[in-house]
Design a protein. Structure first.
Length: 369
């Protein structure tokens, strides 16, 4: 009877792999959605993170503000970022003083990246100002860290991203071709420059398997690995041109998954071999924006031009779509809802999104059972 324990264990593994995952019942049933309105009109919630306080924190792109949503009570708070430099000229008012989005004027630096640091604080991007912002979650105190003066040519694309390292926060300066490491203890900003000129470093995360920072090169069409202890950067070209790899936030075994914004789908890199595979969404021209995975390994992604939560199931290699229920679009000048954030909140097994043009943050219940 020596087989019993081992083979029962193996059987268990087999069964758990073969059983259809209940979490894949991703219907568009409106009762599975919960929506929160932001307090200030046209704040434009753009990126989300879970704070050390287990609240959802949002960086707004249409105002220089940070929002906090308590998922348990539903309380929404909003706080201004105390910038001390003049407002940069934003694309919102480039056209002869005639703004693209009427009424928004100079009130926004178009920032869209927020992430919890390993030091217990929250950090956010400075958009066109290209400065790092620090939020103390318990006191809600917000400070602008620098670099000072800012390198205003550093983030003209205004989409960048960040990820915490063991002793500091990494962020990309997309148009400056730099990945910068802000050291929590010394306040030093340490720059790393990819070998490819004007590569457009954008999305990033630390891979738990090797402790390196892996990042996308939007214009360079490559994935890069930064060993920040030695400063060495290794680049891996995508197998097809002009895919526009952007946000990279999903780790699955030896793979890292990223969205290909211009290629309209997802990509994954094997962190051992550097081999890159591409997966194209069956829905054309939706411009994928951000990816995140749930606890069952399903990969979710937002798309700039589609009012949906999109997902990909690696086991079955299937793409799917969840439709976000209709609501009132408040910033009429902008296309659809402009859903950019895609953020998994493990505490309640929900997938959170932010609708820039509707001024709303919401979540979708992954397992309604
Ligand atoms: C799928 O989810 C819906 C709610 O959206 C629920 O009513 C239904 O029972 C679920 N079906 C299965 C097979 O789990
Ligand atoms: C925006 O700022 C610029 C430079 O400070 C200024 O010239 C312009 O009038 C401002 N536009 C609006 C709509 O406030
Ligand atoms: C997510 O939640 C599940 C269920 O509560 C828990 O078992 C798991 O450890 C959590 N994962 C993380 C990364 O916190």
């Amino acid at each position: 009877m020596g087989y019993s324990k081992l083979s029962l264990g193996l059987l268990g593994v087999l069964v758990s792999h073969l059983a259809p995952a209940a979490a894949q019942n991703f219907t568009s049933d409106p009762s599975r959605f919960k929506i929160f309105e932001l307090l200030e009109a046209e704040s434009g919630p753009c990126d989300l993170c879970t704070g050390p306080d287990d609240a959802i924190w949002a960086q707004n792109i249409l105002t220089d503000t940070i929002a906090r949503i308590d998922p348990q009570t539903g309380t929404v708070e909003e706080y201004p970022i105390p910038y001390d430099t003049p407002a940069p000229t934003s694309i919102l008012n480039l056209v002869d003083g005639d703004t693209l989005a009427p009424g928004l004027g100079n009130r926004s630096a178009l920032a869209c990246a927020i992430h919890t640091g390993s030091d217990g604080n929250i950090y956010a991007a400075g958009g066109l100002r290209n400065q790092l912002v620090k939020i103390v979650p318990s006191t809600r105190e917000i400070t602008v860290l620098g670099p000072n003066p800012p390198n205003e040519l550093g983030d003209l694309l205004f989409f960048n991203d960040m990820w915490t390292g063991p002793n500091g926060m990494f962020f990309s300066q997309t148009t400056a071709n730099k990945v910068t490491y802000y050291h929590y203890d010394t306040g030093v900003f340490q720059d790393f420059t990819p070998p490819t000129p004007a590569s457009g470093p954008l999305g990033m995360r630390i891979y738990s398997g090797d402790g390196n920072l892996w990042f996308t090169e939007f214009f360079g069409n490559k994935i890069a690995k930064l060993d920040f202890r030695s400063g060495e950067i290794t680049e891996y070209p995508l197998p097809l041109p002009e895919m526009g790899p952007s946000v990279l936030r999903v780790e699955e075994g030896e793979f890292l998954w990223f969205v290909i914004t211009l290629g309209n789908g997802l990509g994954r890199i094997n962190t051992n071999t550097g081999k890159i595979d591409l997966y194209f969404s069956p829905k054309p021209l939706e411009l994928p924006a951000e990816d995140d995975a749930d606890r069952d390994g399903n990969i979710f992604f937002s798309a700039f031009l589609s009012d949906t939560i999109n997902y990909y199931v690696p086991q079955s290699q299937e793409f799917g779509t969840i439709t976000i229920p209709d609501g009132v679009v408040v910033a009429q000048a902008l296309p659809p809802d402009v859903p950019i954030a895609m953020h998994y909140y493990n505490t309640t097994n929900t997938m959170w999104f932010a609708l820039v043009a509707r001024n709303q943050v919401g979540y979708y219940v992954l397992d309604p059972a």
